[in-house]
Design a protein. Structure first.
Length: 267
């Protein structure tokens, strides 16, 4: 896809015509290469939006502030409140003199939060808010129509698949995937910009893969239970046997969410 900027040496500096990723130095099995902090604005504009300042890492926050080169931050936006995305928000807000907008009021700094359907602007640029609960109760995605780009936070990752966190819900997540898939098709989305991992230039294929993967996992868990597995740990050892053991605790979160889903008579 023309207009994408993909560095040869990694994710840092990647982006589209109106977005740039500044990678936080918090790589781990859960955060992949680190948290993607997205700076969004028209190329010659004097103001920008910053999505997910990342963890409370002074060096990273100062680097993001320095990247602005004198441009004003209209608002700091959070895809959700998990620490690897929001931990540095308050400190970054102090640095740049901007408010923090999020769905969860606990993370809002200033008078405005965020909700599904909101439109956030800076100059002539519009960013549209899409409610996508599931990974967490407060997960949001942002649609940037001028680049055909969707910022997905942890709802869609650049590699692997998303964990359903303890404050998330699988039924919500499946509905959110369906919603994003429909939105991506209607808008002819060209790229997904995740909260971790590389950009994804084939949104429909990625979303179809995510939806299929969730259905497959549910069927695997049904079979594991039919075979005698009862506890989340027993199911993880069967269904997630190919996953490194240091990720099994996170896999248990997803298994618990899937068991809740399967045991809900309304699903």
């Amino acid at each position: 896809m023309s207009g994408l900027r993909i560095p040869l040496d990694g994710l840092d500096g990647a982006g589209t015509a109106r977005t740039t990723n500044l990678l936080a130095p918090n790589a781990s099995p859960m955060t992949l290469d680190g948290t993607n902090t997205w700076v969004i604005g028209e190329p010659d504009a004097q103001s920008v939006l910053v999505v997910d300042p990342g963890p409370d890492d002074e060096g990273h926050l100062r680097r993001v502030a320095g990247h602005l080169a004198g441009r004003r931050v209209e608002a700091i936006l959070l895809t959700h409140g998990h620490e690897d995305h929001s931990g540095g928000a308050r400190r970054f807000a102090e640095m740049v003199g901007a408010g923090v907008r999020a769905l969860d009021p606990r993370h809002v700094l200033g008078e405005e939060g965020l909700a599904d359907g909101d439109v956030v602007t800076t100059g002539d640029l519009e960013l549209r808010v899409i409610g996508t609960p599931g990974h967490s109760f407060d997960s949001l995605c942002f649609w940037l129509p001028s680049d055909g780009a969707m910022l997905t936070g942890d709802t869609i990752l650049g590699r692997g698949t998303t964990v359903i966190a303890p404050d998330g819900d699988l039924a919500d997540y499946l509905r959110s995937l369906d919603r994003l898939r429909a939105r991506a098709e209607v808008t002819a989305a060209r790229v997904l910009l995740p909260g971790h991992g590389p950009m994804l230039p084939e949104p429909l294929a990625v979303l179809d893969g995510y939806i299929a993967h969730r259905r497959e996992r549910l069927e695997q868990i049904r079979k594991a239970r039919a075979g005698g597995a009862r506890t989340p740990r027993e199911i993880v050892e069967i269904v997630y046997a190919e996953v490194p053991e240091d990720l099994w605790p996170a896999a248990e979160w997803s298994v618990r969410a899937q068991l809740d889903y399967l045991d809900d008579p309304g699903t």
